[in-house]
Design a protein around this ligand. Structure first.
Ligand SMILES: [Zn+2]
Length: 250
């Protein structure tokens, strides 16, 4: 099985810990990982993960994304790019009105500025959107963009609107949770050529590992779960999500 974890974070990990996490991922069949930023610390750790993978043996291929997430509205925007190891996407970025409704205006400004930056560099974006799908869609219509709606928890209707804009939709371990019927309903409307899987580690470990510290190796459980729901062999579903991720981050 060849798995692609399209979204994980490494914030507090040291190079030694990162190497151990990546080795376990490879042993579980994870051959590619997108390490995602979102704050100065997360951005640095994502880039570090790519360096650790590039210099070690028996690890998956790791690419990384740099961006400022919605809780970073007081951080000045600087997608400072090390030209030797350029980020392959801008992320994660987006809007969250569940946790921070009081900063809506500032979130929209930060998100819009980074969409424009990504468009200028022709990079895909990795988007977080929670209880903000209307505004997310409005901004994506203003600034034509490509990329991924990550850890999808919205409605099937909003999923169709993101698909119409050309986006890939990624599902985390949440889709395996008992009370996540709405997420399963959304996954059912995403066609085979636009669906991705991710861990969003270190959070949100999938069933049957719920409550553990999540890591890229665990994406296998989300793969197996969604494959069963789609009436597909896990190997086939892994292969199609792998190919989708390669196109999404090309
Ligand atoms: Zn994330």
């Amino acid at each position: 099985m060849r798995l692609y974890d399209t979204h994980c974070h490494f914030e507090t990990a040291s190079p030694v810990e990162i190497a151990a996490i990546l080795s376990r991922a490879r042993a579980a069949g994870v051959e590619a990982v997108m390490a995602v930023g979102g704050s100065p610390a997360l951005n640095a750790a994502a880039e570090l993960a790519a360096e650790v993978a590039a210099s070690g043996e028996g690890m998956p291929a790791v690419i990384f994304a740099t961006g400022l997430d919605r809780d970073q509205v007081n951080v000045s925007l600087c997608l400072c790019v090390n030209s030797e190891h350029p980020p392959r996407a801008v992320g994660e970025i987006g809007l969250d009105y569940h946790y921070s409704p009081e900063t809506r205006e500032a979130q929209r400004e930060l998100f819009g500025a980074q969409l424009e930056e990504a468009a200028k560099r022709n990079l895909p974006v990795i988007i977080h959107t929670r209880e903000a799908d209307d505004d997310t869609l409005a901004l994506l219509r203003e600034v034509p963009s490509r990329g991924v709606i990550h850890c999808y928890t919205g409605t099937p209707e909003a999923a169709k609107a993101f698909l119409d804009l050309g986006f890939y939709i990624s599902f985390s371990g949440i889709v395996t949770f008992r009370l996540a019927d709405n997420v399963r309903a959304a996954a059912a409307v995403v066609p085979d050529d636009r669906i991705l899987i991710e861990t969003d580690s270190p959070f949100l470990a999938p069933v049957p590992l719920r409550g553990k510290v999540n890591e890229p190796a665990f994406v296998r459980h989300t793969c197996e779960y969604l494959a069963t729901r789609r009436g597909m062999a896990a190997d086939d579903f892994a292969a199609l999500t792998f190919a989708n991720a390669e196109r999404a981050f090309a």
